[in-house]
Every structure is written in structure tokens, then in C-alpha cells.
Design a binder for this molecule. Structure first.
Ligand SMILES: Nc1ncnc2c1ncn2[C@@H]1O[C@H](COP(=O)(O)OP(=O)(O)OP(=O)(O)O)[C@@H](O)[C@H]1O
Ligand SMILES: [Mg+2]
Length: 280
């Protein structure tokens, strides 16, 4: 469905590193982090045309926490794929950090993705015979960094999700929640300003889901923008804003006071981050 395999990290183009934090336009006239206008995505399957997105306008500010909800087939993953620069709209414009990314080449899109967005998936997408540390380090292997810098960044990212003591475990030696935290650490390691998570708690039990939401809330508290797709209202409750799709259209957009997930976990992760000297 996606144009590009998101599990293959994209290189960060050196020239674009200047604005790698996504915080390069934080002046008074800073554009929104994300601005979509009239986004349509049409899939042509033989004679059958599916309008997965039928004209969506969406603006997301820096530091937002936003849940995208909707029934199966409403267009959530299609929306996430376009937001995450994994796919492009058939029609409409998408400005990411002030730059029109709706008509970029695949290589340009990959560079923007590598710089701006970390991904978390329902099925974790970890390499099974590879340690947590190596999974987290993986995106950095494409950046020409020294082994010691990679080690420091990967360890910091693991500390940010409270797994500083699990780096040498392989995925089958970790619980589901811990595996998802490794995936979050991998999403964080490039220091992208946006985390996009498609059903990140879909394979987790209730308690573990809350732990993962605590980690994501901790990231929002550190200034990272978190965009989350979920079916579940009690997961969406952790976001500050909830938009609902139906038949490819946005039918609801509300802000709320988020429920605070497992305070201790979030505090622990924040303390571990501080101890590791990591920068959001
Ligand atoms: N690659 C594709 N080719 C053709 N049709 C597609 C493709 N991807 C999605 N669709 C169709 O687009 C519509 C929206 O799909 P999408 O995957 O975005 O839904 P969703 O809201 O994520 O659903 P779910 O909750 O089941 O994951 C559906 O009707 C789906 O069948
Ligand atoms: Mg989906």
C-alpha cells in the first residue's frame, strides 16, 4: 500500500541537516508543522476506484499530540502514510515544516522522512535475531556516524523509553510492551521532531498499552509532536486532540484534556532521559 518501505531508514541529506530538528522556523511567523489542504487519495483497482481520502484539511502545530480515529476503512492508514511521507496524495497540498512535500521525488521524500519523522507500527517491526541496541542503532548506520556516536545515541534512545538495561536482549527476550518501547527508541534515535504511530497499542494488553502511552506522553512533554492512529477511545483519551475520519472525510475535530498515563512510567522515562543527557 505504501510507496516506500518505512523499515528501510533513509539517509539524512547533509545539506538538510540544518533544519533537522524541525524547529528551524520557530520565529513569530513560523508556519504550522503540518498543513494539509484538500488532500485526496484515490486508488485505482482495475475498473474500481477507491477514494480513500476525499478532501481532508488538517493543520497540526508543533508539539501537538493528536489521535486519528475512525472505523476500519475510513482512511486512517492512508492519511498516516501521506502524513509520514510514505505515500503522496492524488490531489491537494501538504506542507511539512513549511515545505510543499506533495510533489517531491521518492528520493526527496525519503530525505524529508529521515529528517522529520520516526515511525512506530502495530507489529513493532523489529529484526528478530538482532538485539534491542542493534535495532535502535540501525537507522544511524546509514548516516556515516562513528561507532561511538552511534552507541551513545542508541543508548540514550533506549534510556528515554526506560530500557537502558535491556540493550542486549533480542525481541523474543522482551515483553510486547518492551518490544514496542524498543521500536519507539528506534523512532527517536534520529532525533526527528515527529513520531507517527499507527495502532501502536493494537497488539498489546490494556496495562501494557498504558505504559506505551505513558512513554508517548513523555515525548510530547519533551516537545515532540506525536500523531497516533487508534481504534480505541481509551487510547485516544491520552491525546490532546482527536480527529475522526469517516469515508475519507474528517467528520470531527476536538481538543480535550488528556488522561495522564501511568505517571510513574512517564516520570521514570523523563528521569532516564535527563540522566542520559539526551536531547529531545
Ligand atoms: N493500496 C491500496 N489499494 C487499493 N485500495 C486501498 C489501498 N489501501 C487502502 N485502500 C482502501 O482505502 C480505504 C481506506 O483504507 P485505510 O487502510 O486507510 O483504512 P483504515 O482506516 O486504516 O482501516 P483499518 O482501521 O482497518 O486499518 C479502504 O477502503 C481500503 O480498502
Ligand atoms: Mg489502518
Amino acid at each position: 500500500m505504501a510507496l516506500v518501505d518505512p523499515s528501510v531508514p533513509s539517509p539524512r541529506a547533509g545539506a538538510e541537516m540544518e533544519s533537522a530538528s524541525g524547529r528551524s522556523h520557530l520565529g513569530a511567523n513560523a508556519p504550522p508543522l503540518i498543513e494539509m489542504r484538500g488532500i485526496e487519495r484515490v486508488y485505482q483497482m482495475g475498473d474500481n476506484v477507491v477514494r480513500a481520502l476525499a478532501g481532508v484539511d488538517l493543520t497540526i502545530e508543533r508539539g501537538a499530540s493528536i489521535a486519528i480515529m475512525g472505523t476500519s476503512g475510513s482512511g486512517k492508514s492512508t492519511m498516516m502514510n501521506i502524513l509520514g511521507c510514505l505515500d503522496q496524495p492524488t490531489k491537494g497540498s501538504y506542507f511539512l515544516d513549511g515545505r510543499d512535500v506533495s510533489r517531491l521525488s521518492r528520493a526527496e521524500l525519503a530525505a524529508v522522512r529521515g529528517r522529520m519523522i520516526g515511525f512506530v507500527f502495530q507489529s513493532f517491526n523489529l529484526l528478530s535475531r538482532t538485539t534491542a541496541f542493534e535495532n535502535v542503532e540501525m537507522p544511524l548506520l546509514y548516516q556515516g556516524l562513528s561507532a561511538s556516536v552511534r552507541r551513545k545515541r542508541a543508548n540514550e534512545a533506549l534510556a528515554r523509553v526506560g530500557l537502558q538495561n535491556r540493550g542486549d536482549h533480542t525481541p523474543n527476550q522482551l515483553s510486547g510492551g518492551q518490544q514496542q518501547r524498543v521500536a519507539i527508541a528506534r523512532a527517536l534515535v534520529c532525533e526527528a521532531p515527529i513520531i507517527m504511530a499507527d495502532e501502536p497499542t493494537g497488539n498489546l494488553d490494556t496495562k501494557t498499552s498504558y505504559e506505551v502511552m505513558a512513554i508517548l506522553q513523555g515525548l510530547v512533554a519533551q516537545g515532540i509532536t506525536v500523531v497516533l492512529v487508534t481504534h480505541e477511545h481509551d487510547i485516544a483519551a491520552y491525546a490532546r486532540r482527536v480527529v475522526t475520519l469517516r469515508d475519507g472525510l474528517m467528520v470531527d475535530d476536538r481538543t480535550q484534556t488528556p488522561v495522564i498515563a501511568g505517571g510513574n512510567m512517564a516520570a521514570d522515562a523523563a528521569a532516564a532521559t535527563a540522566a542520559a543527557g539526551a536531547h529531545p
